[in-house]
Write a protein that binds this ligand. Structure first.
Ligand code: XBP
Ligand code: MG
Length: 247
């Protein structure tokens, strides 16, 4: 047995893309379409509980009293434009991997551990972001939100990643940042490490196999906030720690 693969979430996990990317792009899209809406960080933290950008816009517009017909026109248009803005931001180098991500991916790759992505974000920017921010990293399966019916917390993205990798849940670990992502990974039967960020530090993460507030770097370890499996992780998420979760 042993560890055969690791499936990573993207938004909030590999990259602080919610705060630095999507939120900025959503607000720019509202402005470009001359709409009066502006989301601040606090409101966006609450809106994030709805996964999927277009669903998030649609739910927000419904709460603002926009009728269904108008929403059916506006939500896809806003989401398309927001995706274009995000692609531009990625191209301009305005996003970067979270500290420790490149270190961990390199270590996993060097030891033959297979890598995959399971995200609720859309294909329209995911491949571009992975290619630009993590060049040289091979993700053997990249499952995006637009190719599954059930978005997180539904396990479909993780189950699809397992199927494409040809691995089983028993030898694969998920790395997530949120309650919804953790629930999806658990429903797929995976051990799950949660690396929190500013939006998700307060989430209910009961059931996570390990929780840290960052990936950690030598000399700059993250804080381990839960270690129920007794991995002994000292604040650097590494291959050895992940291996202990599939024993
Ligand atoms: C990510 C999402 C996505 C992004 C925006 O959730 O829910 O909707 O916020 O991307 P997770 P899109 O990290 O749990 O996968 O606008 O492309 O949906
Ligand atoms: Mg996430």
């Amino acid at each position: 047995m042993g560890l055969s693969a690791v499936v990573f979430d993207v938004d909030g996990t590999l990259v602080d893309s919610e705060r630095d990317g999507h939120l900025v792009a959503f607000n720019q899209a509202f402005a470009d379409l001359s709409l009066p809406y502006r989301w601040d960080e606090e409101l966006y933290g609450r809106l994030l509980r709805v996964t999927g950008g277009q669903r998030r816009i649609d739910g927000y517009l419904a709460d603002e009293g926009v009728d269904e017909e108008e929403r059916a026109r506006l939500a896809p248009a806003l989401h398309r434009h927001k995706t274009e803005i995000l692609r531009r931001m990625i191209g301009e180098g305005r996003l970067e991997p979270r500290p420790g991500v490149a270190r961990l991916l390199a270590e996993l790759g060097d030891h033959g551990c297979r890598l995959a992505v399971a995200t609720t974000g859309s294909r329209g920017w995911v491949d571009l972001l992975l290619g630009r921010l993590l060049p040289g990293v091979t993700f053997e399966a990249v499952v995006t939100g637009d190719e599954v019916v059930g978005r997180k917390p539904d396990p479909e993205a993780f189950l699809t990643a397992l199927r494409r990798l040809g691995t089983t849940a028993a030898t694969t670990v998920a790395v997530e940042d949120s309650h919804e992502g953790l629930a999806a990974a658990k429903a797929a039967g995976l051990a799950c490490v949660v690396v929190t960020n500013g939006y998700t530090a307060g989430h209910d993460l009961a059931g996570a196999d390990l929780v840290l507030d960052g990936f950690g770097e030598p000399g700059r370890p993250a804080e381990v906030t839960a270690d129920p499996r007794g991995t002994g992780c000292r604040g650097i998420l590494d291959l050895e720690t992940l291996r202990r979760l599939v024993v």
